[in-house]
Write a new protein. Structure first.
Length: 195
Protein backbone atom coordinates (compact mmCIF):
# COMPACT_ATOMS: atom_id res chain seq x y z
CA UNK A 1 0.00 0.00 0.00
CA UNK A 2 2.71 2.45 0.97
CA UNK A 3 4.71 1.57 -2.14
CA UNK A 4 1.84 2.72 -4.38
CA UNK A 5 1.68 6.02 -2.50
CA UNK A 6 5.40 6.64 -2.94
CA UNK A 7 5.21 5.76 -6.63
CA UNK A 8 2.29 8.11 -7.19
CA UNK A 9 4.08 10.89 -5.30
CA UNK A 10 7.20 10.39 -7.41
CA UNK A 11 5.08 10.49 -10.58
CA UNK A 12 3.37 13.67 -9.41
CA UNK A 13 6.73 15.22 -8.57
CA UNK A 14 8.07 14.24 -11.98
CA UNK A 15 5.05 15.72 -13.76
CA UNK A 16 5.28 18.92 -11.70
CA UNK A 17 8.98 19.36 -12.55
CA UNK A 18 8.34 18.74 -16.23
CA UNK A 19 5.41 21.19 -16.24
CA UNK A 20 7.51 23.85 -14.47
CA UNK A 21 10.28 23.48 -17.06
CA UNK A 22 7.85 23.72 -19.98
CA UNK A 23 6.13 26.77 -18.47
CA UNK A 24 9.39 28.59 -17.74
CA UNK A 25 10.84 27.71 -21.13
CA UNK A 26 7.70 28.86 -22.93
CA UNK A 27 7.83 32.23 -21.22
CA UNK A 28 11.51 32.75 -22.04
CA UNK A 29 11.25 31.45 -25.62
CA UNK A 30 8.40 33.90 -26.25
CA UNK A 31 10.16 36.81 -24.56
CA UNK A 32 13.68 36.30 -25.93
CA UNK A 33 13.45 33.75 -28.71
CA UNK A 34 14.96 30.29 -28.84
CA UNK A 35 18.50 31.34 -29.74
CA UNK A 36 18.75 33.97 -27.01
CA UNK A 37 17.42 31.75 -24.23
CA UNK A 38 19.94 29.79 -22.20
CA UNK A 39 19.31 26.70 -20.12
CA UNK A 40 20.60 28.41 -16.93
CA UNK A 41 17.79 30.97 -17.29
CA UNK A 42 15.23 28.24 -17.81
CA UNK A 43 16.20 26.24 -14.72
CA UNK A 44 16.33 29.40 -12.61
CA UNK A 45 12.85 30.45 -13.78
CA UNK A 46 11.52 26.93 -13.18
CA UNK A 47 13.16 26.69 -9.76
CA UNK A 48 14.90 23.40 -10.55
CA UNK A 49 18.46 22.21 -11.09
CA UNK A 50 20.25 21.70 -14.39
CA UNK A 51 20.28 18.02 -13.51
CA UNK A 52 16.48 18.05 -13.38
CA UNK A 53 16.35 19.70 -16.80
CA UNK A 54 18.60 17.05 -18.34
CA UNK A 55 16.75 14.26 -16.54
CA UNK A 56 13.58 15.26 -18.40
CA UNK A 57 14.98 16.59 -21.68
CA UNK A 58 18.08 15.63 -23.65
CA UNK A 59 18.85 19.26 -24.51
CA UNK A 60 17.33 22.70 -25.06
CA UNK A 61 15.92 21.64 -28.42
CA UNK A 62 14.08 18.70 -26.83
CA UNK A 63 12.59 21.09 -24.27
CA UNK A 64 11.57 23.45 -27.08
CA UNK A 65 9.93 20.51 -28.88
CA UNK A 66 7.93 19.77 -25.70
CA UNK A 67 6.83 23.42 -25.51
CA UNK A 68 5.73 23.35 -29.16
CA UNK A 69 3.91 20.05 -28.67
CA UNK A 70 2.10 21.50 -25.62
CA UNK A 71 1.08 24.64 -27.52
CA UNK A 72 -0.07 22.67 -30.55
CA UNK A 73 -2.18 20.41 -28.33
CA UNK A 74 -3.78 23.48 -26.72
CA UNK A 75 -4.77 24.78 -30.16
CA UNK A 76 -6.36 21.44 -31.07
CA UNK A 77 -8.24 21.30 -27.76
CA UNK A 78 -9.77 24.72 -28.42
CA UNK A 79 -10.76 23.72 -31.95
CA UNK A 80 -12.46 20.55 -30.74
CA UNK A 81 -14.18 22.36 -27.88
CA UNK A 82 -15.64 25.07 -30.11
CA UNK A 83 -16.57 23.05 -33.19
CA UNK A 84 -18.66 20.13 -32.05
CA UNK A 85 -22.16 21.28 -33.11
CA UNK A 86 -23.86 21.92 -36.44
CA UNK A 87 -23.43 20.68 -39.97
CA UNK A 88 -20.02 19.53 -41.15
CA UNK A 89 -19.44 22.87 -42.92
CA UNK A 90 -20.55 24.83 -39.85
CA UNK A 91 -18.18 22.78 -37.69
CA UNK A 92 -15.30 23.43 -40.12
CA UNK A 93 -15.96 27.18 -40.02
CA UNK A 94 -16.31 27.15 -36.22
CA UNK A 95 -13.06 25.19 -36.03
CA UNK A 96 -11.34 27.78 -38.20
CA UNK A 97 -12.56 30.59 -35.96
CA UNK A 98 -11.39 28.62 -32.93
CA UNK A 99 -7.97 28.23 -34.56
CA UNK A 100 -7.66 32.01 -34.92
CA UNK A 101 -8.76 32.47 -31.32
CA UNK A 102 -6.27 29.88 -30.06
CA UNK A 103 -3.44 31.39 -32.10
CA UNK A 104 -4.16 34.81 -30.56
CA UNK A 105 -2.69 33.62 -27.25
CA UNK A 106 0.45 35.78 -26.84
CA UNK A 107 3.55 34.07 -28.17
CA UNK A 108 1.78 31.10 -29.74
CA UNK A 109 2.18 32.26 -33.35
CA UNK A 110 5.87 32.87 -32.77
CA UNK A 111 6.37 29.43 -31.24
CA UNK A 112 4.35 27.42 -33.77
CA UNK A 113 4.77 29.32 -37.03
CA UNK A 114 8.10 31.15 -36.80
CA UNK A 115 10.54 29.64 -34.32
CA UNK A 116 9.15 26.10 -34.51
CA UNK A 117 10.00 25.52 -38.18
CA UNK A 118 13.35 27.32 -37.79
CA UNK A 119 14.43 25.24 -34.78
CA UNK A 120 12.80 21.88 -35.43
CA UNK A 121 12.49 21.90 -39.21
CA UNK A 122 9.44 21.77 -41.41
CA UNK A 123 9.10 17.97 -41.33
CA UNK A 124 9.04 17.84 -37.52
CA UNK A 125 6.55 20.71 -37.34
CA UNK A 126 4.33 18.97 -39.88
CA UNK A 127 4.42 15.80 -37.76
CA UNK A 128 3.48 17.76 -34.63
CA UNK A 129 0.68 19.54 -36.48
CA UNK A 130 -0.61 16.22 -37.84
CA UNK A 131 -1.08 15.05 -34.24
CA UNK A 132 -2.98 18.17 -33.21
CA UNK A 133 -4.54 21.08 -35.17
CA UNK A 134 -3.80 19.50 -38.54
CA UNK A 135 -5.53 16.35 -37.33
CA UNK A 136 -8.67 18.31 -36.47
CA UNK A 137 -8.71 19.90 -39.93
CA UNK A 138 -8.19 16.54 -41.63
CA UNK A 139 -10.95 14.89 -39.59
CA UNK A 140 -13.32 17.79 -40.26
CA UNK A 141 -12.70 17.73 -44.00
CA UNK A 142 -13.01 13.95 -44.18
CA UNK A 143 -16.30 14.10 -42.27
CA UNK A 144 -17.63 16.86 -44.54
CA UNK A 145 -16.79 14.73 -47.58
CA UNK A 146 -18.46 11.67 -46.03
CA UNK A 147 -21.59 13.76 -45.40
CA UNK A 148 -21.56 15.03 -48.97
CA UNK A 149 -21.23 18.64 -47.78
CA UNK A 150 -18.01 19.25 -49.72
CA UNK A 151 -16.78 17.83 -53.01
CA UNK A 152 -14.56 14.77 -52.83
CA UNK A 153 -11.04 16.10 -53.29
CA UNK A 154 -7.58 14.65 -52.55
CA UNK A 155 -7.55 14.96 -48.74
CA UNK A 156 -3.79 15.34 -48.25
CA UNK A 157 -3.54 18.20 -50.73
CA UNK A 158 -6.68 19.90 -49.43
CA UNK A 159 -5.39 19.73 -45.83
CA UNK A 160 -1.99 21.08 -46.86
CA UNK A 161 -3.43 24.03 -48.77
CA UNK A 162 -6.08 24.97 -46.23
CA UNK A 163 -3.60 24.52 -43.38
CA UNK A 164 -1.19 26.88 -45.13
CA UNK A 165 -4.00 29.41 -45.58
CA UNK A 166 -4.83 29.23 -41.87
CA UNK A 167 -1.17 29.68 -40.92
CA UNK A 168 -0.69 32.66 -43.26
CA UNK A 169 -3.83 34.25 -41.87
CA UNK A 170 -2.64 33.71 -38.28
CA UNK A 171 0.67 35.41 -39.14
CA UNK A 172 -1.15 38.35 -40.73
CA UNK A 173 -3.43 38.65 -37.69
CA UNK A 174 -0.35 38.60 -35.45
CA UNK A 175 0.86 41.61 -37.42
CA UNK A 176 -2.38 43.49 -36.69
CA UNK A 177 -4.57 42.47 -39.62
CA UNK A 178 -8.31 42.25 -38.98
CA UNK A 179 -9.27 38.82 -37.66
CA UNK A 180 -12.88 39.13 -38.85
CA UNK A 181 -11.77 39.67 -42.44
CA UNK A 182 -9.65 36.52 -42.43
CA UNK A 183 -12.44 34.56 -40.74
CA UNK A 184 -14.84 35.68 -43.49
CA UNK A 185 -12.45 34.73 -46.28
CA UNK A 186 -11.64 31.32 -44.79
CA UNK A 187 -15.36 30.72 -44.23
CA UNK A 188 -16.07 31.52 -47.88
CA UNK A 189 -13.23 29.24 -49.01
CA UNK A 190 -14.75 26.38 -47.03
CA UNK A 191 -18.26 27.12 -48.34
CA UNK A 192 -16.81 27.18 -51.85
CA UNK A 193 -15.94 23.48 -51.47
CA UNK A 194 -19.63 22.53 -51.56
CA UNK A 195 -20.70 20.24 -54.40
Amino acid sequence: MQEGTVSRTNRERTEATRAALIKAARSLFVEKGYAETGTPEIVAAAGVTRGALYHHFADKQALFRAVVEHESAAVAEEIVRKSSDGTAIEMLIAGGNAFFSAMAVPGRTRLLLLDGPAVLGRAEMDAIDARHAGRTLREGLAYAMEQGEIRPLPLDQLCALLGAAFDRAALAIRNEAETAEYQAVIGDLIKGLRP
